[in-house]
Design a protein around this ligand. Sequence first.
Ligand SMILES: *Cc1c(COP(=O)(O)O)cnc(C)c1O
Length: 373
Amino acid sequence: MRAEARIDLDAVRHNIAAVRGRVGAAEVMAVVKADGYGHGMVECARAARSAGATWLGTALPGEALELRRHGVDGRLLTWLWVPGDPIAEAVAADIDISVSGRWALDEVTRAARAGAPARVHLKADTGLGRNGCPPQEWESLVEAALKAQADGLVQVVGLWSHFACADEPEHPSVPAQLDAFREAVASAEQKGVTPEVRHIANSAAALLLPDTHFDLVRSGLATYGLSPAPDVRGAAELGLRPAMTLAASVASVKRVAAGHGVSYGHTWHADRETTLALVPLGYADGVPRHASNAGPMWLAGARRTLVGRVAMDQCVVDLGDDTAEVGDEALLFGPGDRGEPTAEDWAQAVGTISYEIVTRIGSRVPRVYQGAR
Ligand SMILES: *Cc1c(COP(=O)(O)O)cnc(C)c1O
């Protein structure tokens, strides 16, 4: 193998169980958008289901439809769509649809007219400033949805929202958004909505903010064993196990003289005679180019650092006076049990979040599943 992303499905199941253990009676939605945060959507969805995630969530209707095409059944919510997306197909495939505004409600009711009533979750913008119905339009959206419900076209089964700063539990926006959410729920219920689920918590809120659980929590990053708030609590402290290990086989090992430059632009030169190992993964595979001269790696029994620029297909590691063989295994990141860096270490090395590290791993890297299916 040139390179592979090993996905530990037992870890996914363990993480869902860990989230369930923290949210009491609330149900758990495993969020599997973006190909399961790079881990493989269908396999992770099945593993999460088998561990008791009664809901699945995707951003895009196309992602939800792909789950259905693979025979994944049960409750499934999709929330980010635009006019012209396959909403009629999604309704016909028994997928719950998020509605943030009148145009969306109109599309859903049109889709429902052709078939069964659509299950909708009305989304309130409680302060995130992204998707969601703004407060001044909430009452009229609720009234329109109730009218569509009375006409037999939709069932309003969910009321929901999303946090801006749940990864900073002390942030004043957290209680402000909670208040706004409670208000939106109360006003909808007063008008006659009887939601099956009220939900606002993402991974960080599910793990750190017990007041936010309501009936359902949406577990994205935590499903894959990474901490959504590493500055507050690390993955191990949260009882999570990272599910992805990114490995590659060394493609070349060579001794070079002091002064030898490495990779495009010669941004690094050996300050002594040294041994270099070539790892056949580059930015086309999702290794950030910002990891040039910074990214960590486990190779030949120790932590190493990338030297020179990350290229499209490859990067170089300095081994000093250690040796490695062509074909030896390099670990870019994993759970950390063997001394290898974690996705969180990569995030810190390149100034991003672990979400971005794992979701960027490209389609050229095969996912290899480990643990019971
Ligand atoms: C991605 C997403 C989630 C999951 O977020 P995590 O921080 O990964 O748990 C939850 N809700 C919505 C609306 C999302 O877009």
